[in-house]
Design a protein around this ligand. Structure first.
Ligand SMILES: *[C@@H]1O[C@H](CO)[C@@H](O)[C@H](O)[C@H]1NC(C)=O
Ligand SMILES: *[C@@H]1O[C@H](CO)[C@@H](O)[C@H](O)[C@H]1NC(C)=O
Ligand SMILES: *[C@@H]1O[C@H](CO)[C@@H](O)[C@H](O)[C@H]1NC(C)=O
Length: 387
């Protein structure tokens, strides 16, 4: 795990002493530092898509959503995602997807993430075989730019519109969250690039990432919460596709995780530079990799089992097949079998070979919300402050 670098924070002296005093005596001083984010604007891929891809190109079907929503809810999981727990954690409702035309409410934010999104323009787009989302990060940025301007015009129409759109002053006060990059690595791996070639593409991927963060800052964003990428080499879609890749002691595909860690190392460096370039920004780097990896290292300690096996999938050691996914049907010996979910998703880590279960997402949220995996180590509720 990367250790948070405490040394480079510059805390005003008066503030420092207040913190020292209050740590020993009065808790309320901490409470007064809570940010009260009025909104969240999220950018990302399926790890945080609350309905974008499902409303546009690939509908989430049963058994997605069965654990929490009781029906498909635009998420590729049996229930809520980490972003859902984060929204709740700061006292806000679940985020509506910007691309969903039905029943959306953007008063407290909007979600520009779509499953299959990349940072860079992908070479293959859905519905091409192995295609990715057309809503890559540059597009998500343009959508946000348009949203920021048009939401205010629509708000001024009054009536119901005033209740469905954020107030103008929510934009500078909002939390801007990011979880994207996994599919840029995946696109390389599945596009027959060697792990070395994928590794070599990371600086360019991160240049494009930083550019988008800067552009969002220029539109007035100040508080950024940036997830690094998870251990992609522990996911069934990698494990089943690359059976001969070297395994680590927990059964994850080591070369693929090495690339993810290299991405994270360079992302952290890019964020150091962003803090220099964007003087008024509070940017929190969140080590999702370490939290997710602990689920493979010590699943039983956290109440999980079979972390490398998909709960909802079909075939092989990892219960995953690239030819039939969760919610699909497969013909076996002349009879059709529905690819449904396992008996107890609540003790499983992996949902469908690519995505995590609600139980795993809840665990991730519990770990990251305290600030224990962040640099600087501020809790989610306080991530508006530069420390
Ligand atoms: C990767 O290589 C395989 C085998 O040579 C080929 O069938 C497949 O089309 C290639 N995929 C891409 C995206 O180039
Ligand atoms: C399909 O049929 C074969 C041959 O009868 C049998 O060995 C196999 O177990 C069957 N598979 C399933 C999933 O029922
Ligand atoms: C694999 O997926 C099937 C659904 O196709 C599910 O019934 C089964 O329980 C899963 N296996 C494991 C070990 O989770």
């Amino acid at each position: 795990m990367e250790s948070p670098s405490i040394l480079k924070f510059t805390i005003p002296l008066s503030c420092f002493f207040t913190l020292l005093l209050s740590a020993a005596t009065l808790k309320p001083v901490f409470a007064s530092k809570v940010c009260n984010f009025p909104a969240i604007f999220n950018f990302g891929d399926s790890n945080s898509d609350t309905g974008g891809l499902s409303a546009t190109l690939v509908r989430a079907t049963p058994p997605n959503g069965e654990t929490y929503f009781g029906k498909p809810a635009g998420r590729f999981s049996d229930g809520r995602l980490t972003i859902d727990f984060m929204a709740m954690g700061v006292g806000l409702p679940y985020l509506s997807a910007y691309l969903d035309s039905l029943g959306t409410n953007f008063k407290h934010g909007a979600n520009f993430a779509t499953a299959g999104s990349t940072i860079r323009l992908p070479s293959r787009i859905i519905p091409a075989a192995g295609g990715f989302s057309p809503f890559y990060l540059d597009v998500q940025y343009s959508q946000f730019e348009q949203f920021k301007e048009r939401s205010q015009i629509i708000r001024r129409q009054g009536g119901i519109y005033a209740h469905l759109m954020p107030k103008k002053d929510y934009f500078p006060k909002a939390l801007y969250t990011f979880d994207i990059g996994q599919n840029d690595l995946g696109e390389g791996f599945f596009g027959n690039m060697t792990v070395e070639e994928v590794s070599a593409s990371i600086p360019d991927i991160l240049d494009k990432f930083s550019l988008n963060v800067k552009n969002i800052y220029k539109l007035g964003a100040r508080s950024f919460w940036i997830h690094n990428t998870g251990p992609i080499g522990c996911l069934p879609y990698i494990l089943a596709t690359f059976p001969s890749a070297q395994r680590d002691s927990y059964g994850c595909a080591k070369p693929y995780n090495d690339v993810a860690q290299s991405f994270n190392h360079k992302l952290k460096e890019a964020i150091v530079q962003l803090r220099i370039d964007l003087a008024s920004a509070a940017i929190t780097y969140v080590d999702i990799y370490s939290v997710k990896y602990s689920l493979y290292r010590e699943p039983h300690k956290y109440g999980f089992e079979l972390p490398l096996v998909a709960c909802c999938g079909y075939g092989g050691k990892y219960n995953y097949s690239s030819s039939v996914g969760c919610g699909g049907t497969v013909t076996v010996n002349g009879s059709q079998i529905f690819v449904g979910s396992c008996e107890r998703p609540s003790i499983r880590v992996n949902w469908d070979g690519i995505h995590y279960t609600e139980a795993a997402n809840k665990f991730v949220f519990a770990q990251i919300s305290t600030g224990a995996f962040s640099d600087p180590p501020v809790p989610l509720k306080m991530a508006c402050h530069q420390v």
